[in-house]
Design a protein around this ligand. Structure first.
Ligand code: DUC
Ligand code: ZN
Ligand code: ZN
Length: 466
Protein backbone atom coordinates (compact mmCIF):
# COMPACT_ATOMS: atom_id res chain seq x y z
CA UNK A 1 0.00 0.00 0.00
CA UNK A 2 1.16 3.47 -0.91
CA UNK A 3 0.31 6.75 0.81
CA UNK A 4 1.51 10.34 1.05
CA UNK A 5 2.02 12.21 4.31
CA UNK A 6 1.14 15.76 3.25
CA UNK A 7 1.59 19.28 4.59
CA UNK A 8 3.81 18.37 7.53
CA UNK A 9 7.18 19.61 8.74
CA UNK A 10 9.78 16.86 8.49
CA UNK A 11 12.34 17.06 11.30
CA UNK A 12 15.76 15.45 11.15
CA UNK A 13 19.05 16.21 12.91
CA UNK A 14 19.52 19.16 10.56
CA UNK A 15 16.24 20.70 11.74
CA UNK A 16 12.74 21.27 10.35
CA UNK A 17 11.87 21.30 6.67
CA UNK A 18 8.46 21.43 4.95
CA UNK A 19 8.11 18.25 2.87
CA UNK A 20 5.67 15.53 1.84
CA UNK A 21 6.69 11.93 2.43
CA UNK A 22 5.71 9.11 0.08
CA UNK A 23 5.50 5.64 1.60
CA UNK A 24 5.23 2.47 -0.44
CA UNK A 25 4.82 -0.81 1.39
CA UNK A 26 7.20 -0.89 4.33
CA UNK A 27 9.56 1.83 3.06
CA UNK A 28 9.83 5.54 2.49
CA UNK A 29 10.31 6.04 -1.23
CA UNK A 30 10.55 9.80 -1.72
CA UNK A 31 10.38 13.25 -0.13
CA UNK A 32 8.84 16.13 -2.08
CA UNK A 33 8.93 19.87 -1.70
CA UNK A 34 5.40 21.11 -0.85
CA UNK A 35 3.10 20.99 -3.85
CA UNK A 36 5.37 18.82 -6.01
CA UNK A 37 4.30 15.31 -5.00
CA UNK A 38 2.41 13.11 -7.47
CA UNK A 39 -1.29 12.53 -6.85
CA UNK A 40 -1.86 9.38 -4.82
CA UNK A 41 -5.26 8.21 -3.61
CA UNK A 42 -4.27 7.72 0.01
CA UNK A 43 -3.02 10.65 2.04
CA UNK A 44 -2.46 11.47 5.68
CA UNK A 45 -2.79 15.14 6.47
CA UNK A 46 0.04 16.32 8.71
CA UNK A 47 -0.87 20.02 8.76
CA UNK A 48 0.58 21.60 11.90
CA UNK A 49 2.49 18.42 12.80
CA UNK A 50 6.11 17.48 12.95
CA UNK A 51 6.93 14.39 10.92
CA UNK A 52 9.78 12.65 12.73
CA UNK A 53 11.50 9.27 12.49
CA UNK A 54 10.02 6.73 14.89
CA UNK A 55 11.83 6.76 18.23
CA UNK A 56 14.63 4.27 18.86
CA UNK A 57 14.91 3.33 22.53
CA UNK A 58 18.32 1.67 22.78
CA UNK A 59 17.95 0.50 26.38
CA UNK A 60 14.98 -1.55 27.59
CA UNK A 61 14.48 -4.59 29.82
CA UNK A 62 11.14 -6.21 29.01
CA UNK A 63 10.26 -9.16 31.30
CA UNK A 64 13.81 -9.13 32.66
CA UNK A 65 14.38 -11.53 35.56
CA UNK A 66 15.99 -9.29 38.17
CA UNK A 67 16.08 -8.65 41.90
CA UNK A 68 14.16 -11.83 42.74
CA UNK A 69 11.30 -11.02 40.39
CA UNK A 70 10.71 -10.10 36.75
CA UNK A 71 10.17 -6.74 35.05
CA UNK A 72 6.42 -6.32 34.78
CA UNK A 73 6.17 -5.41 31.09
CA UNK A 74 6.25 -8.36 28.74
CA UNK A 75 7.49 -7.85 25.19
CA UNK A 76 3.80 -7.66 24.27
CA UNK A 77 2.72 -4.99 26.77
CA UNK A 78 6.00 -3.08 26.68
CA UNK A 79 6.33 -2.74 22.92
CA UNK A 80 2.65 -1.75 22.63
CA UNK A 81 3.26 0.97 25.22
CA UNK A 82 6.38 2.01 23.29
CA UNK A 83 4.25 2.37 20.16
CA UNK A 84 1.76 4.62 21.95
CA UNK A 85 4.68 6.84 22.92
CA UNK A 86 6.14 7.14 19.41
CA UNK A 87 8.93 4.60 19.81
CA UNK A 88 9.00 2.18 16.89
CA UNK A 89 12.23 0.33 17.68
CA UNK A 90 13.63 -0.94 20.94
CA UNK A 91 16.96 -2.58 21.67
CA UNK A 92 16.48 -4.91 24.61
CA UNK A 93 19.12 -6.85 26.53
CA UNK A 94 19.41 -10.60 26.08
CA UNK A 95 21.15 -12.08 29.10
CA UNK A 96 23.89 -14.63 29.62
CA UNK A 97 23.95 -15.44 33.31
CA UNK A 98 27.17 -16.57 34.95
CA UNK A 99 27.79 -20.19 33.97
CA UNK A 100 25.36 -20.12 31.03
CA UNK A 101 26.27 -20.48 27.37
CA UNK A 102 25.93 -17.09 25.64
CA UNK A 103 24.08 -18.53 22.65
CA UNK A 104 21.55 -20.21 24.98
CA UNK A 105 20.80 -16.85 26.59
CA UNK A 106 20.28 -15.30 23.17
CA UNK A 107 18.00 -18.15 22.06
CA UNK A 108 15.88 -17.64 25.19
CA UNK A 109 15.36 -13.96 24.30
CA UNK A 110 14.43 -14.83 20.72
CA UNK A 111 11.83 -17.18 22.16
CA UNK A 112 10.41 -14.49 24.45
CA UNK A 113 10.08 -11.99 21.60
CA UNK A 114 9.00 -14.10 18.61
CA UNK A 115 5.42 -13.25 17.68
CA UNK A 116 4.96 -10.96 20.68
CA UNK A 117 6.37 -7.58 19.71
CA UNK A 118 4.34 -4.67 18.35
CA UNK A 119 7.38 -2.73 17.11
CA UNK A 120 10.75 -3.77 15.74
CA UNK A 121 13.47 -4.85 18.13
CA UNK A 122 17.12 -5.74 18.36
CA UNK A 123 19.26 -7.13 21.14
CA UNK A 124 22.37 -6.18 23.01
CA UNK A 125 23.93 -9.07 24.93
CA UNK A 126 24.61 -8.87 28.66
CA UNK A 127 27.68 -10.92 29.52
CA UNK A 128 27.29 -12.19 33.06
CA UNK A 129 30.46 -14.26 32.81
CA UNK A 130 33.49 -13.29 30.77
CA UNK A 131 35.59 -16.40 30.06
CA UNK A 132 37.18 -18.13 27.07
CA UNK A 133 33.83 -19.47 25.86
CA UNK A 134 31.91 -16.22 26.10
CA UNK A 135 34.75 -14.31 24.44
CA UNK A 136 34.55 -16.72 21.52
CA UNK A 137 30.78 -16.29 21.46
CA UNK A 138 31.21 -12.51 21.06
CA UNK A 139 32.82 -13.11 17.66
CA UNK A 140 29.98 -15.34 16.57
CA UNK A 141 27.26 -12.96 17.69
CA UNK A 142 28.86 -10.10 15.80
CA UNK A 143 29.51 -12.18 12.67
CA UNK A 144 26.21 -14.05 12.33
CA UNK A 145 23.58 -12.96 14.87
CA UNK A 146 23.30 -9.22 14.29
CA UNK A 147 24.50 -8.37 17.79
CA UNK A 148 27.25 -5.78 17.89
CA UNK A 149 27.14 -4.54 21.49
CA UNK A 150 27.81 -6.23 24.83
CA UNK A 151 26.90 -4.91 28.25
CA UNK A 152 29.14 -5.47 31.25
CA UNK A 153 28.49 -4.55 34.87
CA UNK A 154 30.93 -3.01 37.33
CA UNK A 155 28.04 -3.21 39.84
CA UNK A 156 25.92 -6.06 41.26
CA UNK A 157 28.67 -8.39 42.62
CA UNK A 158 27.45 -11.97 42.55
CA UNK A 159 24.85 -11.22 39.87
CA UNK A 160 26.21 -9.64 36.69
CA UNK A 161 29.49 -8.20 37.99
CA UNK A 162 32.71 -8.44 35.95
CA UNK A 163 36.10 -7.67 37.49
CA UNK A 164 38.64 -5.42 35.79
CA UNK A 165 40.52 -8.33 34.21
CA UNK A 166 37.32 -9.69 32.67
CA UNK A 167 36.36 -6.23 31.47
CA UNK A 168 39.75 -5.74 29.84
CA UNK A 169 39.54 -9.09 28.05
CA UNK A 170 36.05 -8.34 26.71
CA UNK A 171 37.23 -4.91 25.57
CA UNK A 172 40.21 -6.41 23.75
CA UNK A 173 37.84 -8.81 21.99
CA UNK A 174 35.49 -5.97 21.07
CA UNK A 175 38.41 -3.95 19.70
CA UNK A 176 39.17 -6.90 17.41
CA UNK A 177 35.67 -7.68 16.18
CA UNK A 178 34.27 -4.14 16.00
CA UNK A 179 31.69 -4.47 18.78
CA UNK A 180 30.75 -1.79 21.29
CA UNK A 181 31.18 -2.37 25.02
CA UNK A 182 28.32 -0.91 27.04
CA UNK A 183 29.12 -0.31 30.68
CA UNK A 184 27.03 -0.13 33.82
CA UNK A 185 29.57 2.07 35.55
CA UNK A 186 29.16 1.98 39.32
CA UNK A 187 31.69 0.56 41.79
CA UNK A 188 29.61 -2.39 43.05
CA UNK A 189 31.89 -3.75 45.80
CA UNK A 190 32.22 -0.28 47.38
CA UNK A 191 28.45 0.27 47.13
CA UNK A 192 27.84 -3.03 48.89
CA UNK A 193 29.95 -1.81 51.86
CA UNK A 194 27.95 1.42 52.09
CA UNK A 195 24.66 -0.48 51.85
CA UNK A 196 25.63 -2.84 54.68
CA UNK A 197 26.72 0.06 56.88
CA UNK A 198 23.50 1.99 56.22
CA UNK A 199 21.29 -0.98 57.03
CA UNK A 200 23.27 -1.55 60.27
CA UNK A 201 22.49 2.06 61.23
CA UNK A 202 18.80 1.37 60.63
CA UNK A 203 18.68 3.45 57.46
CA UNK A 204 16.25 1.24 55.58
CA UNK A 205 14.05 3.68 53.58
CA UNK A 206 14.22 3.95 49.77
CA UNK A 207 16.03 7.29 50.12
CA UNK A 208 19.14 5.44 51.30
CA UNK A 209 19.32 3.60 47.99
CA UNK A 210 20.48 6.92 46.56
CA UNK A 211 22.72 7.86 49.47
CA UNK A 212 24.62 4.56 49.28
CA UNK A 213 25.33 4.98 45.57
CA UNK A 214 27.14 8.35 45.64
CA UNK A 215 28.10 10.01 42.38
CA UNK A 216 31.79 9.50 43.19
CA UNK A 217 31.32 5.74 42.77
CA UNK A 218 29.72 6.31 39.38
CA UNK A 219 32.50 8.72 38.38
CA UNK A 220 35.23 6.36 39.59
CA UNK A 221 33.80 3.41 37.66
CA UNK A 222 33.24 5.57 34.57
CA UNK A 223 36.85 6.73 34.71
CA UNK A 224 38.14 3.18 35.26
CA UNK A 225 36.10 1.87 32.33
CA UNK A 226 37.45 4.65 30.13
CA UNK A 227 41.08 3.92 31.03
CA UNK A 228 40.57 0.17 30.59
CA UNK A 229 39.11 0.87 27.14
CA UNK A 230 42.11 3.01 26.37
CA UNK A 231 44.43 0.16 27.38
CA UNK A 232 42.39 -2.09 25.08
CA UNK A 233 43.61 -0.05 22.10
CA UNK A 234 40.74 2.46 22.36
CA UNK A 235 37.94 -0.07 22.38
CA UNK A 236 34.64 1.72 21.71
CA UNK A 237 32.84 2.31 24.99
CA UNK A 238 29.28 3.42 25.68
CA UNK A 239 28.38 4.41 29.23
CA UNK A 240 24.74 3.56 29.96
CA UNK A 241 22.31 5.51 32.16
CA UNK A 242 24.78 8.26 33.07
CA UNK A 243 23.22 10.22 35.91
CA UNK A 244 25.74 12.57 37.49
CA UNK A 245 27.97 15.57 36.86
CA UNK A 246 31.22 13.94 37.90
CA UNK A 247 30.68 10.92 35.65
CA UNK A 248 29.87 13.26 32.78
CA UNK A 249 33.14 15.11 33.41
CA UNK A 250 35.00 11.83 32.87
CA UNK A 251 33.22 11.20 29.58
CA UNK A 252 33.78 14.75 28.38
CA UNK A 253 37.50 14.57 29.23
CA UNK A 254 37.88 11.27 27.34
CA UNK A 255 36.06 12.66 24.32
CA UNK A 256 38.27 15.75 24.44
CA UNK A 257 41.24 13.36 24.22
CA UNK A 258 39.64 12.01 21.02
CA UNK A 259 38.56 8.68 22.49
CA UNK A 260 35.78 6.39 21.27
CA UNK A 261 33.71 7.10 24.37
CA UNK A 262 29.98 7.73 24.21
CA UNK A 263 27.21 8.03 26.78
CA UNK A 264 23.47 8.04 27.21
CA UNK A 265 21.27 9.49 29.88
CA UNK A 266 17.61 8.79 30.67
CA UNK A 267 14.57 11.03 31.28
CA UNK A 268 14.53 10.23 35.01
CA UNK A 269 17.93 11.86 35.51
CA UNK A 270 16.87 14.95 33.57
CA UNK A 271 13.76 15.62 35.65
CA UNK A 272 13.55 13.66 38.92
CA UNK A 273 15.63 13.98 42.11
CA UNK A 274 16.91 12.18 45.17
CA UNK A 275 15.04 14.46 47.54
CA UNK A 276 11.70 14.89 45.77
CA UNK A 277 11.19 11.33 44.53
CA UNK A 278 13.43 8.85 46.38
CA UNK A 279 12.88 10.86 49.54
CA UNK A 280 9.07 10.78 49.27
CA UNK A 281 7.31 9.92 52.55
CA UNK A 282 7.08 6.35 53.79
CA UNK A 283 7.79 3.69 51.20
CA UNK A 284 6.67 5.85 48.23
CA UNK A 285 10.26 6.49 47.20
CA UNK A 286 10.50 2.85 46.09
CA UNK A 287 8.75 3.88 42.88
CA UNK A 288 11.96 5.61 41.82
CA UNK A 289 14.57 3.10 42.97
CA UNK A 290 16.77 2.50 39.96
CA UNK A 291 20.51 2.23 39.37
CA UNK A 292 22.26 4.49 38.75
CA UNK A 293 20.10 6.41 41.26
CA UNK A 294 18.38 9.78 41.04
CA UNK A 295 20.72 12.60 42.08
CA UNK A 296 20.48 15.53 44.47
CA UNK A 297 18.59 18.63 43.44
CA UNK A 298 21.08 20.68 45.45
CA UNK A 299 23.82 19.90 42.94
CA UNK A 300 24.04 20.78 39.25
CA UNK A 301 23.39 17.34 37.75
CA UNK A 302 20.32 18.15 35.69
CA UNK A 303 21.72 21.37 34.25
CA UNK A 304 24.94 19.53 33.40
CA UNK A 305 23.09 16.64 31.74
CA UNK A 306 21.01 18.99 29.58
CA UNK A 307 24.23 20.75 28.61
CA UNK A 308 25.85 17.39 27.83
CA UNK A 309 22.98 16.62 25.48
CA UNK A 310 23.60 19.88 23.72
CA UNK A 311 27.35 19.34 23.36
CA UNK A 312 27.04 15.65 22.40
CA UNK A 313 29.02 14.44 25.41
CA UNK A 314 25.67 12.73 25.95
CA UNK A 315 24.74 11.33 22.56
CA UNK A 316 21.57 9.38 23.27
CA UNK A 317 18.51 9.42 25.51
CA UNK A 318 17.22 5.93 26.33
CA UNK A 319 14.84 4.91 29.08
CA UNK A 320 16.48 1.91 30.82
CA UNK A 321 12.83 0.83 30.93
CA UNK A 322 12.70 -1.79 33.70
CA UNK A 323 9.27 -1.54 35.32
CA UNK A 324 8.12 -3.18 38.52
CA UNK A 325 4.75 -2.85 40.23
CA UNK A 326 4.55 -1.54 43.78
CA UNK A 327 2.37 -4.45 44.80
CA UNK A 328 4.35 -7.63 45.42
CA UNK A 329 7.43 -6.31 43.60
CA UNK A 330 8.76 -2.99 44.96
CA UNK A 331 7.12 -4.07 48.25
CA UNK A 332 9.75 -6.78 48.57
CA UNK A 333 11.98 -4.01 49.94
CA UNK A 334 9.79 -2.71 52.77
CA UNK A 335 12.16 -2.41 55.71
CA UNK A 336 15.26 -2.96 53.54
CA UNK A 337 15.83 -0.70 50.53
CA UNK A 338 18.46 -3.10 49.13
CA UNK A 339 15.69 -5.61 48.36
CA UNK A 340 13.65 -3.20 46.24
CA UNK A 341 13.90 -4.34 42.61
CA UNK A 342 15.81 -1.66 40.70
CA UNK A 343 14.02 -0.04 37.81
CA UNK A 344 11.71 2.63 36.42
CA UNK A 345 9.32 2.33 33.48
CA UNK A 346 9.24 5.16 30.95
CA UNK A 347 9.26 3.55 27.51
CA UNK A 348 5.94 5.24 26.70
CA UNK A 349 7.04 8.74 27.66
CA UNK A 350 10.59 9.30 26.39
CA UNK A 351 9.66 11.11 23.16
CA UNK A 352 7.25 13.45 24.99
CA UNK A 353 9.55 14.08 27.95
CA UNK A 354 12.38 15.10 25.65
CA UNK A 355 10.10 17.30 23.55
CA UNK A 356 9.46 19.22 26.76
CA UNK A 357 13.20 20.01 26.63
CA UNK A 358 12.60 21.68 23.24
CA UNK A 359 9.73 23.71 24.67
CA UNK A 360 11.90 24.72 27.64
CA UNK A 361 14.64 25.93 25.29
CA UNK A 362 17.14 23.26 26.34
CA UNK A 363 17.28 21.34 23.05
CA UNK A 364 16.79 22.29 19.43
CA UNK A 365 14.18 20.42 17.40
CA UNK A 366 16.95 18.75 15.42
CA UNK A 367 18.79 17.69 18.55
CA UNK A 368 15.55 16.24 19.96
CA UNK A 369 15.20 13.95 16.95
CA UNK A 370 18.90 13.16 16.94
CA UNK A 371 19.04 12.03 20.58
CA UNK A 372 15.83 9.99 20.55
CA UNK A 373 16.07 8.38 17.12
CA UNK A 374 18.90 9.14 14.72
CA UNK A 375 21.93 8.75 16.96
CA UNK A 376 20.77 5.55 18.70
CA UNK A 377 20.20 4.05 15.23
CA UNK A 378 23.69 5.09 14.10
CA UNK A 379 25.32 4.17 17.39
CA UNK A 380 24.00 0.62 17.24
CA UNK A 381 24.21 -0.26 13.56
CA UNK A 382 20.58 0.26 12.47
CA UNK A 383 21.05 3.32 10.28
CA UNK A 384 19.71 4.25 7.73
CA UNK A 385 17.08 1.50 8.07
CA UNK A 386 15.98 3.23 11.28
CA UNK A 387 16.31 6.74 12.69
CA UNK A 388 15.78 8.86 9.61
CA UNK A 389 13.10 9.98 7.15
CA UNK A 390 14.80 9.30 3.84
CA UNK A 391 14.17 7.28 0.67
CA UNK A 392 14.95 3.61 1.29
CA UNK A 393 14.51 3.78 5.08
CA UNK A 394 11.84 1.83 6.90
CA UNK A 395 8.60 3.82 7.06
CA UNK A 396 8.79 4.24 10.85
CA UNK A 397 7.24 7.67 11.19
CA UNK A 398 5.60 9.67 13.97
CA UNK A 399 3.29 12.61 13.39
CA UNK A 400 3.89 14.76 16.44
CA UNK A 401 1.51 17.52 17.46
CA UNK A 402 3.42 20.41 19.05
CA UNK A 403 0.13 22.09 20.00
CA UNK A 404 -1.11 19.01 21.86
CA UNK A 405 -0.56 18.25 25.52
CA UNK A 406 0.18 14.96 27.24
CA UNK A 407 -0.98 14.20 30.75
CA UNK A 408 0.75 11.19 32.25
CA UNK A 409 -1.05 8.89 34.67
CA UNK A 410 -1.32 5.27 35.67
CA UNK A 411 -4.98 5.59 34.66
CA UNK A 412 -4.11 6.26 31.04
CA UNK A 413 -0.69 4.74 30.38
CA UNK A 414 -0.30 1.42 28.60
CA UNK A 415 2.70 0.02 30.46
CA UNK A 416 1.99 -2.91 32.77
CA UNK A 417 2.66 -0.97 35.97
CA UNK A 418 0.39 -0.19 38.91
CA UNK A 419 1.82 3.31 39.27
CA UNK A 420 3.46 5.93 37.10
CA UNK A 421 6.85 7.43 37.92
CA UNK A 422 5.48 10.55 36.21
CA UNK A 423 1.99 10.65 37.76
CA UNK A 424 0.17 13.92 37.08
CA UNK A 425 2.87 15.36 34.82
CA UNK A 426 1.39 17.50 32.11
CA UNK A 427 3.77 18.26 29.29
CA UNK A 428 3.72 20.00 25.95
CA UNK A 429 3.38 18.02 22.74
CA UNK A 430 1.53 14.85 21.84
CA UNK A 431 2.08 11.78 19.72
CA UNK A 432 -0.61 11.96 17.06
CA UNK A 433 -0.01 9.09 14.62
CA UNK A 434 2.53 6.27 14.68
CA UNK A 435 3.55 4.33 11.59
CA UNK A 436 5.72 1.22 11.83
CA UNK A 437 7.15 -0.21 8.58
CA UNK A 438 4.35 1.42 6.62
CA UNK A 439 1.49 0.30 8.91
CA UNK A 440 -0.44 2.86 10.94
CA UNK A 441 -0.36 1.39 14.44
CA UNK A 442 -1.59 4.35 16.52
CA UNK A 443 -4.02 7.03 15.35
CA UNK A 444 -6.05 9.49 17.44
CA UNK A 445 -5.12 7.62 20.58
CA UNK A 446 -6.52 4.41 19.13
CA UNK A 447 -4.44 1.27 18.76
CA UNK A 448 -4.39 -0.38 15.34
CA UNK A 449 -1.31 -2.57 15.57
CA UNK A 450 -0.91 -6.14 16.70
CA UNK A 451 1.54 -8.41 18.47
CA UNK A 452 3.81 -10.08 15.95
CA UNK A 453 4.07 -7.03 13.69
CA UNK A 454 7.44 -6.20 15.29
CA UNK A 455 10.38 -7.99 13.68
CA UNK A 456 13.90 -8.73 14.83
CA UNK A 457 16.42 -6.29 13.36
CA UNK A 458 19.90 -7.77 13.02
CA UNK A 459 22.36 -4.94 13.57
CA UNK A 460 25.66 -4.02 11.96
CA UNK A 461 28.59 -2.31 13.62
CA UNK A 462 28.32 1.15 15.13
CA UNK A 463 28.79 3.97 12.64
CA UNK A 464 30.84 5.82 15.20
CA UNK A 465 33.76 3.39 15.25
CA UNK A 466 37.09 4.77 14.20
N1 DUC B 1 19.44 -0.65 36.56
C1 DUC B 1 18.14 -0.62 36.83
O1 DUC B 1 17.66 0.32 37.48
N2 DUC B 1 17.36 -1.63 36.40
C2 DUC B 1 17.84 -2.67 35.56
C3 DUC B 1 19.27 -2.85 35.54
C4 DUC B 1 20.05 -1.66 35.92
O2 DUC B 1 21.21 -1.61 35.69
ZN1 ZN C 1 22.63 -0.87 34.13
ZN1 ZN D 1 19.54 -1.26 32.04
Amino acid sequence: MSFLIKNGTVVGPQGPNAADVLVDGERIVALYAPGTAPDVPDTIDATGKYVIPGGVDAHTHMQMPFGGTQASDTFDTGTRAAAFGGTTTIIDFAIQRTGEVVQDGLAAWHEKTAGNCHVDYGFHMILGGVDDESLKAMDQLVATEGISSFKLFMAYPGVFYSDDGQILRAMQKARDNGAMIMMHAENGPAIDVLVKQALERGETDPYYHGVTRPQELEAEATSRAIWLAEVAADCPLYIVHLSASKALEQVAAARDRGRNVFAETCPQYLYLTLEDQLGAPGFEGAKWVCSTPLRSKHESHQADLWKGLKTNDLAVVSTDHCPFCMKDQKEMGIGDFSKIPNGIGSVEHRVDLLYQGVVDGKLSLGRWVETIATTPARMFGMYPKKGVIAPGSDADIVLYDPAGRTRISVDTHHMNMDYSAWEGWEIAGKVDTVISRGSVIVQNGEYKGHAGHGKYVPRGLSEYLV
